[in-house]
Design a protein around this ligand. Structure first.
Ligand SMILES: *Cc1c(COP(=O)(O)O)cnc(C)c1O
Length: 395
């Protein structure tokens, strides 16, 4: 019965692509402990501002559990919508400068529900080649024609917009900050093309919220908030909770509330998650110095690694991809760094293209300069021991 799955697993193992979960106990926003009690510096989380362990965020989550219970108990359209949902949506919309916002249970569900309900058969989606898997899944589920353009390449997008006929709706969709490369989408050029072709522009700000544009995301970073029709994001990274959201016009949000199946047919987020996200959002709005600290720490780490001959991809975000190339070398380096007390993830196909395996380091505002300086020294040493080259191979 299961031989074909056993064979598939054996094949993954042979290719160094077998995956398993490893248990680590979080000790703080930047340290974890394994089952033997060994401690590691966490350099692979998306906890950009370290707010998962911020006292005000924890207090808000605990108070919500005590006041409202552990679970939400039902879907929002059937069991009644929780006041924490309305409060968070109002604050998200105010922060983003949009008319309205809608909360989802995860960013994954937001992408799948939004894309698949906005376009369908007869419509055409133009999707960046490096977009997140949840965008890809939303595109597939929509039934629209999907045209993939070269990563962050408006010229290629322009050529495809001109070449592919569309009698329905065009949708351009991109990560704001690309999750595995850490670069920023060329939003001004995309917005101009969207305007010219009357395409909807949808940006996924999972790694941009709390990071770019004063924390408001990619559109704010470029001063283009009015040009992005659909701003999707997650509550699970810088916002330190769990969930997703979409921000946009009244019409967009009302439509999604009626049509997005991943919103309609699921139980609402838990009170704890909603309250934690709301508390985290308030801290981001009131304490912009945390974002500046994140920027400074990330730039310093990037600079140290570059100076030490490590092939770190350039970019202004706290995502630092170290270009290794082969999957088995990425795994070997990650394993060595674990021995050294650093938790760094090896990113392999199918998450990235074959031959572009890498280590992905993420910085948090909660890291100390000492943690990151020590990490840089260790990484430089191991990089040189393995004879890895100082430059990444252009894609
Ligand atoms: C993490 C991520 C998501 C998914 O968000 P979750 O809340 O974790 O489901 C969506 N898009 C991008 C670009 C991401 O990196």
């Amino acid at each position: 019965m299961l031989t074909r799955y056993e064979a598939a697993l054996a094949e993954l193992t042979a290719q160094d692509l077998y995956r398993q979960t490893v248990t680590y106990r979080p000790l703080s926003a930047t340290e974890v402990e394994d089952e033997t009690g060994r401690r590691y510096v966490q350099l692979s989380a998306n906890n950009y501002l370290g707010l998962t362990h911020e006292p005000a965020v924890l207090a808000a989550a605990l108070a919500a559990v005590q006041q409202y219970g552990s679970g939400s108990g039902g879907a929002r359209l059937t069991s009644g919508s929780h006041p924490l949902c309305a409060a968070l949506e109002a604050e998200l919309a105010a922060w983003k400068g949009t008319e309205s916002a809608l909360v989802f249970n995860t960013g994954y569900m937001a992408n799948v529900g939004v894309i698949s309900s906005l376009v369908g058969k007869g419509d055409v989606i133009f999707s960046d080649a490096f977009n997140h898997a949840s965008i890809i899944d939303g595109c597939r589920l929509s039934g629209a024609t999907v045209v993939v353009y070269r990563h962050a390449d408006p010229q290629d997008l322009a050529a495809r917009l001109a070449a592919v006929p569309c009698s329905g709706q065009r949708l351009i969709v991109t990560d704001g900050v690309f999750s595995m490369d850490g670069d920023i989408a060329p939003l001004p050029a995309l917005a101009e093309l969207a305007r010219r072709y009357q395409a909807l522009l949808c940006v996924d700000d999972a790694h941009a919220v709390g990071v770019l544009g004063g924390g408001k995301g990619t559109a704010a970073h470029f001063g283009l908030a009015g040009a992005v029709n659909v701003q999707i994001g997650t509550l699970s990274k810088a916002l330190a909770a769990e969930g997703g959201y979409v921000a946009g016009s009244h019409t967009l949000i009302a439509y999604l509330r009626n049509k997005a199946r991943s919103f309609i047919f699921t139980t609402a987020p838990t009170p704890a998650a909603l309250a934690a996200a709301q508390a985290a959002l308030r801290i981001i709005r009131q304490e912009p110095q945390r974002i500046r600290q994140l920027k400074t720490l990330a730039a310093e780490l990037r600079q140290r690694l570059q100076a030490g001959g490590v092939a770190v991809l350039p970019g202004p975000t706290p995502i630092l991809p170290l270009w290794v190339g082969r999957a088995e070398q990425a795994l070997a380096l990650a394993a060595q760094l674990r021995q050294d007390g650093l938790l760094v993830s090896a990113i392999r196909p199918p998450t990235v293209a074959p031959g572009s395996s890498r280590l992905r380091l993420t910085v948090s505002a909660a890291h100390t300069a000492a943690q990151l300086n020590d990490a840089a020294d260790v990484i430089v040493k191991r990089w040189q021991e393995m004879g890895l080259p100082p430059h990444y191979q252009e894609k």
